[in-house]
Design a protein around this ligand. Structure first.
Ligand code: SF4
Length: 636
């Protein structure tokens, strides 16, 4: 699929087409030229010595009467072979060297990084001449010299690319899960940097071709009786006043070969930058377990997910579910909160819906409909359009959602230009209007400012305004007030509620704060261990939570009447990591009501009453207090 997409883009790029055509011609020549013209290229004919270009000798002849055009064609094989070998040597040394600092630790990393910096400071040609002299003048010395000379450039590129990957959350998570350096290297770092490095490697073959020809021209590369284009250029230059084509001909081949590799690499790099790397897409074929199948075709639903999972690969290659087959729906205009401790799968659920889970995560679902369109059946362009227009994501940190070097108004306007096809002027007017709508004073002036000139609350409201530019049907707000003080927090939550009331936008509010969620939302999904354990109206949750985890969360919220002489209630233990997920009910190790049945069999999310679902073998009732042991409850 990706290959087909790349091929289509190459076909639409004239420079890439020309480069591919030139390379195909050169490769064909490298294969067939020695077979067809090898004999005439080497056959001396003193009667035709030192002739100029003519119909029978396009590039003329040399001092022995050999046809220079035929010799240039035959030299294609050796010239390309040496260039590709030098390029491969450069990649074989440079790429591993550059990637190592991303997975090594302490002094070794500093040593390798320092070595790369020192090597790149040396002039490449000087390094190539040095290696060539040490190894011995000739084709082998030239190839090794040029390969080694190109390695530091590739190493620096690999170092820069892999350093960016090494700081990603999923690499940190893999480290925490005990992945070895080799696993980090081959599973996480290399797959993410391989593509741009291979493209640069293609260009390095072009540089190598020019450099080896230069060494041969100087008499330090290929030497008679063997010949490459550089050697022919040197010979041709000696008779340039008698036969200019003797020098120009091989020169044209050198330039054409070098340009073909360089342009192909450039074009592919440009195309690859426009194709997102490793964006995962759900597969309908996967059938997650532990969830109910629900009706996802209800037209009153703005979002419905059935069997949605987000998975990662563990250090031992096993599949780890951060979100494990959750099923739920949001009606149009509904406000739904998702609560749970860190690591319960709240944010991953939002990212899975938005198709924003980064590699190596994998999103699967049985049914996932946004605004009544099944994402699995939509093309990539349709998905982008649908998710861009119908859904807005407000993240925890607005600085990561706003580009620091672009004015806020420009960033907002871009959304309307891309998703609604508006003109620049209209989009800017709409951006100002939306900034005013989210209660940013003096919006015209503020639209011309940069994100760093905004306060934290204004930035968060700007991100909400950005979401409103496409008139979304659903806003997913992932911990939107965590980084804000309580006054601004109240303003932002009030704004979300107002949007819901005024424009009927459905809101999915993700928070670890159950008090905030029950204030803003009409319905709450409680998540634990990547699963929904309770789905209930907010008022029922506060007065009659059924799942022991929900009850423990509510009991842990301090109120105005909490006794300050006593410690706050806490839930004993800690949430399980992905690798430690217990069999049966994942809350069992922390649940005072757990019995053998709980530990052996996972409770399904079943209906408890109208509009209420719970995943527990022993659902509770009544106002939540600190969870009691079963025996205690029986005697109470
Ligand atoms: S299923 Fe058992 S262990 Fe799990 S929450 Fe219910 S009572 Fe506790």
């Amino acid at each position: 699929m990706r290959l087909r997409r790349t091929a289509r883009r190459v076909a639409a790029n004239p420079v890439a087409i020309a480069a591919v055509f030139a390379l195909v011609v050169l490769v064909v020549l490298a294969i067939v030229a020695p077979m067809i013209w090898g004999e005439s290229a080497d056959q001396a004919d003193v009667l035709s010595a030192s002739q100029g270009a003519s119909g029978s000798h396009l590039f003329g002849t040399d001092q022995l009467g050999r046809d220079l055009f035929h010799r240039s064609l035959v030299a294609t094989r050796l010239s390309l072979l040496l260039a590709v070998s030098a390029g491969a040597i450069g990649m074989a040394i440079g790429i591993p060297l550059g990637i190592l600092p991303a997975v090594l630790g302490g002094r070794v990393r500093r040593f390798v990084a320092g070595f790369i910096s020192a090597a790149i400071a040396l002039p490449g040609l000087l390094l190539a001449l040095f290696v060539n002299t040490v190894i011995g003048v000739g084709a082998t010395g030239a190839v090794l010299g040029i390969g080694i000379a190109n390695a530091p450039t590739l190493a620096r590129l690999a170092q820069t690319l892999s350093a960016g990957i090494a700081t990603k959350d999923y690499v940190a998570a893999a480290r925490m899960l005990g992945a070895s350096r080799t696993q980090l290297l081959f599973r996480h770092v290399l797959p993410n940097v391989a593509e741009p490095l291979i493209l640069t490697g293609t260009m390095s073959v072009g540089w190598s071709l020019l450099e080896i020809s230069a060494l041969s021209f100087l008499g330090l590369g290929v030497r008679a009786p063997s010949y490459d284009w550089g050697e022919l250029l040197k010979e041709g230059l000696q008779g340039i006043y008698i036969n200019p084509m003797g020098a120009l001909g091989p020169g044209i081949f050198v330039v054409a070969g070098g340009l073909a590799f360089a342009l192909l690499g450039e074009s592919l790099t440009g195309l690859a930058q426009r194709i997102p790397f490793h964006r995962t897409r759900g597969r309908v074929s996967h059938q997650p377990t532990g969830s109910t199948t629900m009706d996802t075709t209800d037209p009153t639903h703005v979002l419905s997910a059935d069997g949605l999972s987000v998975r990662f690969t563990g250090a031992d290659g096993s599949s780890l579910a951060a979100v494990n087959g959750v099923s739920f729906a949001l009606r149009r205009g509904e406000t739904v909160g998702i609560v749970g401790e860190s690591g319960s799968g709240k944010s991953m659920t939002a990212l899975g819906i938005s198709q924003l889970v980064d590699f190596p995560g994998q999103v699967d679902w049985r049914e996932l409909r946004v605004d009544d369109v099944e994402l699995a059946t939509a093309s990539t362009a349709e998905q982008r359009r649908l998710l861009g227009r119908s859904l807005a994501l407000v993240s925890q940190d607005p600085m990561t959602a706003l580009n620091p070097v672009l004015r806020v108004g420009r960033q907002l306007a871009e959304v309307a230009q891309v998703h609604r096809g508006m003109s620049r002027r209209d989009a800017h007017a709409l951006a100002v209007d939306r900034l005013e709508h989210v209660q940013i004073t003096d919006p015209e002036r503020r639209a011309r400012q940069f994100p760093h000139e905004f306060s934290g609350g204004m930035r968060q409201r700007s991100v909400i305004a950005m979401g409103l530019m496409s008139e979304p049907k659903l806003i997913i707000a992932d911990e939107p007030t965590t980084a804000l003080d309580v006054t601004v927090q109240r303003e932002v939550l009030g704004l979300l509620s107002d949007l819901n009331v005024e424009s009927g936008t459905a809101i999915m509010l993700i928070s670890h704060d159950i008090a905030v969620v029950t204030n803003v939302c009409g319905r709450v999904l409680v998540m634990y261990g990547g699963r929904i354990v309770e789905d209930t109206p907010s008022n029922a949750l506060l007065s009659d939570a059924a799942h022991p985890y929900s009850r423990a969360l509510i009991a842990a919220v301090p109120t105005m009447t909490s006794d300050r002489d006593h410690d706050l209630a806490v839930i004993p233990g800690r949430p399980p990591t992905l690798e430690e997920m217990p069999p049966g009910c994942s809350f069992a190790p922390r649940c005072p009501l757990a019995d053998d049945h709980c530990r052996a069999e996972e409770p399904p999310l079943g209906a408890l009453a109208a509009s209420r679902r719970v995943a527990c073998w022993h659902p509770q009732s009544g106002t939540p207090l600190l969870p009691q042991r079963r025996g205690e409850e029986a005697t109470a």
